[in-house]
Design a protein around this ligand. Structure first.
Ligand SMILES: *[C@@H]1O[C@H](CO)[C@@H](O)[C@H](O)[C@H]1NC(C)=O
Length: 229
């Protein structure tokens, strides 16, 4: 956190400056009644002023990185909505963006727990349904330790895959999944249970309340936004 480092020389300059003195003069009343050993007024002012200085430094750093993150998010979404999205551009943008994720322990974050709509993915199985026109929106719901992929068909019915989740490291970004059931609902043609379809993991590289970016064990990228429906 570069904003927290205040060089001694700067402190010396600040303390000696008129700015510091006028800060003291500006807050003449300090209540010290609740303290057994009241710190001197000068100490209080000094702490208040320095805290302000430190905070404004770290706020500026945070604000700068969130501005940079939102620019990168826009770049990523634009790259995904191209006619022929370029994976290398998307990957490079994700690489920059992941360092700015406001959530670092993404796998155990409550922000991950919701119904997501897939914006873009390299997963062939999912793209199959979209490219053939069977489906227009794909959802993934994370509810506790249950994962559901839901591919609703435009003409009725759906394909769902359900699995269980576990997080190997609560400080980490990895979620492990094991699919336990797949159900194909072909509307009037009936519903079919299919055998489970594998297991793996996904790393949530970036997470905030409007965007989730994953890379999974098959080297597929998934980019999701919260379902607003
Ligand atoms: C698939 O999931 C959706 C949404 O959770 C649900 O409405 C639907 O009934 C499910 N279909 C099957 C076949 O399980």
């Amino acid at each position: 956190m570069p904003g927290r480092v205040v060089p001694l020389s700067l402190l010396a300059v600040v303390c000696a400056s008129d700015l510091f003195r006028s800060t003291l003069a500006f807050h003449p009343k300090v209540s010290t009644s609740s303290r057994t050993i009241p710190p001197s007024t000068t100490q209080l002012h000094a702490f208040g002023f320095l805290n302000g200085l430190l905070e404004s430094g770290s706020k500026k750093t945070k604000a700068a990185s969130s501005t940079k993150a939102s620019a990168l998010k826009q770049k990523l979404l634009a790259a995904c909505s191209e006619d022929k999205p370029d994976r290398s551009i998307i990957e490079a943008t994700i690489q920059e963006l992941e360092t700015l994720s406001p959530v670092t322990a993404t796998a155990s974050s409550p922000l991950l727990q919701k119904k997501w709509e897939m914006i873009w993915t390299t997963e062939k199985e999912i793209n199959f349904f979209v490219e053939r026109g069977f489906s227009s929106k794909i959802f993934q719901t994370i509810d506790g330790s249950v994962l559901t992929n839901n591919i609703p068909f435009i003409k009725g019915g759906s394909f769902n895959v359900t699995g269980s989740l576990s997080v190997p490291d609560i400080e980490g970004i990895r979620t492990e999944f094991t699919f336990s059931e797949a159900a194909l609902d072909l509307a009037k043609w009936g519903t079919y249970k299919l055998p489970p379809v594998g297991k793996g993991w996904f790393d949530t590289l970036y997470l905030d309340d409007t965007l989730r970016v994953d890379l999974n064990s098959r080297n597929d990228i998934l980019i999701c936004k919260p379902d607003e429906a």
